[in-house]
Ligand binder design. Structure first.
Ligand code: OSB
Ligand code: MG
Length: 368
């Protein structure tokens, strides 16, 4: 497959809800959408980092520069027989996995379309639909939290995840659990705590949480392992995991018992497949995370979570929860907590280019 041309568009997409986490508030997404062209086909990629480095270190302007001036010029006009060959060209550049993922994933889509197979089929997916839950941001009051949980339980979501921060944790978990004794419930701290908070996590042990996601700093597998020894509830790692090697080391050191895999966080599809293999060899369950993706990123996440190791519900809820209008033409909607895997070639969705043009801040055409 020869990559003949590329278009990189920076868009701004307003969220339907205010999404508050321990690291900040999001009311819109600023997204890079990449189109790669070759052999009469197109492949798409979408960025997940934000303007500010509050989740991990990457930023949208940093990724825009890397893609436009560094990564795309090195692959345009070149022929790659598979995604691994393209991976070798971008591997020498350190870090920046989210930026690389935009390109890597677009190439996977282009390649799968050229082979006329769906991404799910190409990577060994085994499900026609995937189970999904929701990630609920920090609400103004405890009562608002319980009502938000109720609404999404009624909609059939298979797991409810509550965002927590110091001082906003036991209160919401206690009242939610009192009203919903049987739901699958989790919490996500986005690295807001330290080992000084062990008592809080020991108290959370009373509420049958399925797991506690990323309680401690993102670079600190050591303390996650220490905390895991002091509590019953499994720890789930999100921010800490950037690669299959991170995953192996985390699991060998018992720093967690569940892995949140976000393909874009780890550099794309190839690294996701490696993490899937590592997790399965340890017998550790995976679930598909989310970064408030628009249609392209959401479609990738659905395809990848059709792999057998994704045994817990993901964050890939209905696109209509997030957007008035999505950037793709196809609806990605869950019914009773089940999200269908698109069946067409590649990721099986098409860009709504007319809508995209109305929300584009900058557009770069890159040629060989
Ligand atoms: O930690 O999982 C996270 C969103 C942005 C950044 C980090 C996270 C999240 C979510 C939302 O939890 C998941 C989604 O609905 O896409
Ligand atoms: Mg998380």
């Amino acid at each position: 497959m020869k990559i003949e041309s590329a278009t990189l568009q920076l868009i701004e997409l307003p969220l339907k809800f205010r999404f508050e986490t321990s690291f900040g508030v999001q009311t819109k997404r600023t997204i890079l959408v990449l189109t790669l062209r070759g052999e009469g086909k197109e492949g798409y990629g979408e960025s997940v980092m934000e303007m500010l480095p509050l989740y991990r270190e990457e930023t949208t302007p940093g990724a825009e520069y890397l893609l436009k001036d560094v990564l795309l010029p090195r692959v345009l006009g070149k022929t790659f027989n598979n995604p691994q060959e393209l991976g070798q060209v971008i591997a020498p550049f350190r870090g920046n996995r989210m930026a690389k993922a935009v390109l890597e994933m677009a190439f996977w889509d282009l390649w799968a379309r050229s082979l006329n197979v769906s991404l799910s089929h190409l990577i060994g997916g085994v499900r026609k639909e995937v189970t999904v839950g929701v990630s609920l941001g920090i609400q103004p009051t405890v009562d608002d939290t319980v009502r938000a949980v109720e609404k999404h339980v009624m909609q059939g979501y298979r797991r409810i995840k509550l965002k927590i921060k110091p001082g906003w944790d036991l209160n919401i978990v206690k009242d939610t659990r009192a009203e919903f004794p049987d739901i699958t419930l989790t919490v996500d701290a986005n690295s807001a705590y330290s080992m000084a908070d062990v008592r809080t996590f020991q108290k959370l042990d009373e509420y049958q949480l399925d797991y506690i996601e990323q309680p401690l700093p993102y670079e600190d597998l050591h303390d996650h392992a220490k905390l895991q020894k002091l509590i019953q509830t499994p720890l789930c790692l999100d921010e800490s995991i950037l690669s299959a090697e991170d995953t192996r080391k985390a699991l060998e050191n018992h720093a967690g018992r569940v892995i949140n895999l976000k393909p874009a966080r780890v550099g794309g599809v190839s690294e996701s497949l490696k993490i899937h293999t590592v997790s399965q060899s340890f017998g550790i369950p995976l679930w598909m995370g989310g970064m408030l993706e628009a249609g392209v990123g959401r479609a990738f996440n659905i395809h990848i979570s059709s792999l057998p190791g994704f045994t817990k519900p993901g964050d890939t809820s209905s696109a209509s929860r997030y957007w008035e209008t999505d950037i793709i033409n196809e609806p990605l909607e869950a019914v009773d907590g089940l999200m269908p895997v698109p069946t067409g070639p590649g990721i099986g969705v098409t860009l709504n280019q007319d809508f995209l043009n109305t929300i584009t801040l900058r557009k770069h055409e890159v040629r060989a």
